[in-house]
Design a protein around this ligand. Structure first.
Ligand code: GLN
Length: 486
């Protein structure tokens, strides 16, 4: 087995017991990136020299017998909307093409304090808006399972890099499905946490009331390790929550006997690809055979999810992206002379078509006379959706459904049809509206050999339970061991 093929847990173990050196792991990852990233375009920036220097520093620490962090010497790739001090953080946009933040996000500091190595910044849909990783100013990312297919979005770079063994672990963000859908398309694991579980300080905002930072892993255990490092209250983010962080790894692998699992019929209705339905139901059968109790249920308000989400998200976009007008840190047009014209032209030049569309939609939804009809209505629907989920959790430990109605689609297939693109988020966005956690784990391959993800959804702060069920499932099937041949 090559060093780049290992999971986080194995890599840390081998480094700590001096079986291998962090320098060797970093070297192996950098070579892998140099060899294949031309095909994938998963990275916007790779830190060659800095990673080697840091690996030497970690190796020296080991040699000197110094205490080591939970991620000692492990390369981690970071989505390019998470600020890294003095390094370009582009958000996949021309608007921030040359932006170097003067500070690092809390999650970066947490990773570094556990001795991780930030190997590079990954490609993404512009300002996290999209479902395919195609709207990036730096070009689309491709799916390592099939280069004609999208890796999913918006954290497509982080998912593709991990699936193709260009990193050992990775971090993304999820506002409406952006780690779960690419994890599902690329055959890796991702956990979208409860809103407020992980600090958003240093995450460039898309839709602040829905945004979360979230880990990817090759295994469920790796997601648990990253969750442990990233979770917790942060005084720099007033929406982070002071809630006890359990020891996630200890919860894993235990029996799931008598656990109550609900299958919402809305997650399996018209429009779902038969391969996806079959793979997820097969996954559910595995859990049933291990003692879980399965029952069908219904969440009738989910059908309002797409309009309510896209009104909420675009409204927040129109406000959050107002700051980019070419004055401080963003792209400034060279063509204009007066101030107002400079604002307009800089924004027109700096933002791509999808971001512009959303700013216009959101501005309209928030405008006087329409606010009550659109934004306020969407918020009422949001409460309805959240209450339906919370009611379901009175009866069930978790809910299970697919992540996406179909496996990875072809590049270019939906990019000119925004409505079709938005519809692909149908099973993920309501979870962000409710602020609850959900994990995406591989549960099989389609007839065309593309990965399919199963989504396990829990109540607020129940990440431990999701990791437990996912780990039991993973142990009893071999699907997460299949890797793409690139
Ligand atoms: N596809 C959804 C959107 O475009 C979700 C994106 C995300 O989670 N960042 O809004």
């Amino acid at each position: 087995m090559k060093l780049y093929e290992h999971a986080i847990s194995e890599t840390v173990e081998k480094i700590k017991t001096k079986e291998i050196k962090s320098c060797e792991v970093v070297q192996s990852i950098l070579e892998r990136i140099d060899n294949i990233d031309k095909k994938l375009n998963a990275f916007i920036t790779v830190f060659h020299d800095e990673s080697v220097d840091r690996a030497k520093y970690i190796d020296q620490k080991i040699k000197n017998g110094k205490p080591l962090g939970a991620l000692a010497g492990v390369p981690i790739a970071i989505k390019d909307n998470i600020c890294l001090k003095n390094k370009r953080t582009t958000c996949g946009s021309k608007m921030l093409e040359n932006y170097c933040p003067p500070y690092s996000a809390t999650v970066i500091n947490k990773l570094l304090s556990e001795d991780a190595i930030i190997i590079g910044k990954t490609n993404m849909d512009e300002f996290s808006q999209g479902s395919s990783a195609e709207t990036s100013y730096f070009g689309a990312t491709r799916n390592p399972w099939n280069l004609d297919r999208v890796p999913g979005g918006t954290s497509g770079g982080s998912a593709a890099a991990l699936a193709a063994n260009e990193t050992i672990g990775s971090i993304g963000s999820d506002t409406g499905g952006s780690v779960r859908q690419p994890a599902s398309f690329c055959g890796v694991v991702a956990l979208k946490p409860t809103y407020g579980r992980i600090s958003r300080y240093g995450l460039i905002a898309y839709a602040s009331s829905l945004d979360t930072i979230a880990p990817f892993g090759k295994t469920v255990k790796d997601c648990a390790i990253l969750m442990q490092v990233l979770s917790g209250k942060d005084t720099k983010d007033s929406t982070s929550v002071d809630e006890n962080v359990p020891e996630y790894e200890k919860l894993m692998g235990n029996s799931i006997k008598q656990m109550r699992i609900g299958l919402p019929s809305e997650y399996f209705s018209d429009g779902i690809c038969p391969d996806v339905k079959e793979a997820v139901l097969k996954g559910v059968k595995v859990l049933e055979s291990l003692g879980a109790v399965i029952e069908e249920t219904s969440l009738p308000s989910l059908k309002y999810g797409i309009p309510a989400y896209y009104l909420t998200a675009t409204s927040e976009v129109s406000s959050n992206l107002a700051r980019y007008m070419g004055i401080h840190h963003s792209h400034r047009s060279k063509k204009t002379k007066d101030l107002i014209e400079s604002f307009k032209t800089s924004r027109a030049e700096g933002f791509g078509p999808e971001v512009r569309r959303r700013i216009i939609l959101g501005t309209y939804a928030l405008s006087r006379g329409y606010y009550d009809q659109y934004y306020l209505k969407a918020q009422k629907v949001r409460t309805l959706i959240m209450n339906e989920y919370l009611n379901a959790f009175k009866k069930y430990d978790v809910l299970i459904g697919p992540v996406s109605p179909f496996p990875a689609f072809k590049l270019g297939e939906k990019i000119n049809d925004p409505l079709q693109m938005y519809l692909s988020d149908i099973y993920t966005i309501t979870i962000n509206m409710a602020g609850i956690p959900a994990i995406s784990i591989p549960c099989g391959l389609s007839s065309q050999g593309l990965p399919i993800g199963m989504q396990i959804i829990g109540k607020h702060f129940d990440e431990g339970k999701l990791l437990k069920i996912a780990s039991v499932y993973e142990k009893n099937c071999n699907v997460s061991n299949i890797i793409p041949n690139i």
